[in-house]
Design a protein around this ligand. Structure first.
Ligand code: NAI
Ligand code: 13P
Length: 369
């Protein structure tokens, strides 16, 4: 395996965990943190003061920050990995834009799972807007069932890696590969992104159902309908239906809808138990991307119209932002029109093409995952 110089932006749960994972492959790993406390703690005690607190990080990881690294330092990096929540990503990329050499871009890897509020932008669009077309064309997206806590325990984990450039997806897979960590590559980054973002909203729905006291039949039925809904929205966006059967799709949906380790599930569970959203967010201690993403998703669903019929996502939105209670949402969902067709995949369509057009690329059918 080729040894790479890797800079990880974002020292939250996931950025720290991935830095730890990559350091095992003997890559040279730098971890950029916004807080001096985190930088000092990682460099001196090799412990994170806030996340994964029991874990001893390898001494080889060098934390840097809170000042941004210089252009010279950045030019030495082979890989930049961004583990920054979606709502902060645009500013983070604008901050480093001038420190990147457009003619000689490093491998760019993104692991956030969300839709930007206000703009409805997916990460690929945020990258195109901030770093430019060349970066968007080669950016890679790593997504799938992967709790940080279990990766640092080296539990066997498998993820999807997707990019408009399959060559770059393969390079990312090589960087991450370990006997306990497998990557499967594909060329439907928007499908992978939508799957990762939507599963966070659906994990809130599953948590709500459990919080209301519903049991196994309800959860299994709900997850299955979430998968149908996610596929429908994805197809209406122009993603491949097969992508939703991948690790990034059903894999991550299943994980987060069925585990109390999921922050999004926890938000839903506590809503189902009758807690208020602002109290839950204030005490969660970590980001639950589904809360903000439900807004962007609501706007996307409205724009796509009937093709993207998504009552579960709309129900979550109504509980988070429309003053509806968890019980009301549950009754509303169960009282949707009777005898609906179970599976109907609509034509794949326009928005994906619009993004490809923006990048100066021809829209292609992404049949393989
Ligand atoms: N934790 C996990 O197991 C997994 C997380 N992810 C995704 O990774 C992304 C990051 O999540 P976590 O590290 O878990 O979140 P976290 O809540 O543990 O950490 C938040 C991160 O955001 C940074 N941050 C907070 N405010 C900011 C601001 N104003 N500007 C810039 N950065 C700011 C913090 O410094 C920290 O690095 C999310 O999109 C999440 O969905 C994906 C897979 C697994
Ligand atoms: O995406 C995740 C695991 O794949 C983490 O899920 P939560 O953000 O809900 O904790």
């Amino acid at each position: 395996m080729e040894i790479r110089k890797i800079l990880v932006f974002g020292a939250g749960n996931f950025g720290s965990c991935l830095a730890d994972h990559l350091a095992d492959s003997e890559h040279t790993v730098y971890l950029w943190a916004r807080s001096r406390d985190v930088v000092d703690s990682i460099n001196t005690t090799h412990r994170h003061p806030k996340y994964l607190k029991e874990h001893d990080f390898p001494e080889s990881i060098q934390a840097i920050g809170p000042e941004l690294p210089s252009k010279e330092f950045m030019s030495e990096m082979d890989v930049l990995l961004f583990a920054v929540p979606t709502q902060y990503l645009r500013n983070a990329l604008l901050d480093i834009k001038d420190r990147l050499d457009d003619e000689n871009l490093p491998l760019l890897i993104f692991v956030n799972k969300g839709i930007e509020t206000g703009t409805r932008a997916l990460t690929l669009e945020i990258i195109a807007d901030t770093l430019g077309k060349a970066a968007a064309k080669t950016a890679t997206f790593l997504s799938g069932p992967s709790f940080a806590k279990e990766i640092v325990q080296r539990q066997p984990t498998q993820v999807s890696v997707s990019s408009l450039s399959i060559e770059h997806a393969q390079r990312t897979a090589e960087v991450f590969h370990q006997p306990w960590f497998r990557c499967y590559t594909g060329d439907d980054p928007i499908g992978v992104e939508l799957a990762g973002a939507l599963k966070n909203v659906y994990a809130i729905a599953a948590g709500i159902a459990d919080g209301l006291g519903y049991q196994n039949n309800t959860r299994a039925g709900l997850i299955t309908r979430c998968l149908a809904e996610m596929t429908r929205v994805g197809c209406a966006y122009g993603a491949s239906p097969l992508t939703f059967l991948s690790l990034a799709g059903v894999g991550d949906l299943f994980l987060t809808c069925s585990s109390r380790n999921s922050r999004n599930y926890t938000v839903g569970y506590r809503l189902g138990q009758g807690e208020k959203l602002d109290v839950i967010i204030d005490t969660l201690g970590s980001v639950a991307e589904g809360v903000a993403t439900a807004q962007g998703l609501h706007e996307i669903i409205e724009r796509l119209g009937a093709e993207a019929y998504a009552p579960i996502a709309e129900g979550v939105y109504a509980v988070l932002y429309g003053g509806q209670t968890a019980e009301e949402m549950s009754h509303w969902l169960m009282n949707q029109p009777a005898a609906q067709r179970e599976l109907e995949i609509p034509e794949r369509a326009a928005p994906y093409e619009a993004i490809m057009l923006k990048l100066g690329l021809e829209a292609k059918k992404t049949g393989k995952i």
